[in-house]
Design a protein around this ligand. Structure first.
Ligand code: NI
Length: 167
């Protein structure tokens, strides 16, 4: 397995719309394994392939915080959305910044796992939010795009400060 480099905002490659996966092969399984390793190493709850510069519709999620619920979504589609919820979100492409984003409270999705088996899932809470955040990434959208311009400017300053410190 190998750790993958996570693109950092405002890398323009984060805006590329990902394409559907067509082949469920060993290369896909290998990529998904590397994405999980990268997710766990970064202590994240979700990672989209777009964030590691692979522009295919693949997401890895684990909301358990102890690596017990790995969930891989390939070619996910949202079938239904219900209600609204506003929670604080972060993103591995935006270290150190968090912001409240409005999402659907519950989503029903259909997806394939990395082995090509189709599943349906109804998700709410952190998992539901995470699924919506990661599907956004596949469409070239980040959580920043859901915020007002003023809020974006404030967070950009915070991000710049964090990066200066990290140098
Ligand atoms: Ni993200």
């Amino acid at each position: 397995m190998a750790l993958l480099n996570i693109l950092q905002f405002p890398d323009p490659r984060l805006k590329i719309v990902a394409e559907s996966v067509k082949a469920f092969d060993a290369a896909l399984v290998n990529l998904v394994n590397n994405m999980f390793e990268t997710l766990y190493e970064a202590h994240g709850v979700g990672l989209a392939a777009s964030q590691v510069n692979v522009h295919q519709r693949i997401i890895v999620i684990d909301v358990s915080h102890n690596q017990k619920q790995p969930l891989c979504l390939v070619n996910p589609e949202i079938l239904q959305k219900h209600g609204t919820v506003t929670e604080e979100e972060g993103c591995l492409s935006f270290p150190s910044v968090y912001a409240k984003v409005q999402r659907a409270k519950e989503v029903e999705i259909i997806y394939f796992d990395q082995f090509g088996k189709q599943h349906e899932l109804t998700a709410k809470g952190l998992l539901g939010i995470c699924i919506q955040h990661e599907i956004d990434h596949l469409n070239g959208i980040t959580f920043f795009d859901h915020l007002s311009q003023l809020k974006q400017q404030l967070l950009q300053k915070k991000l710049d400060k964090y990066r200066k410190r990290a140098l």
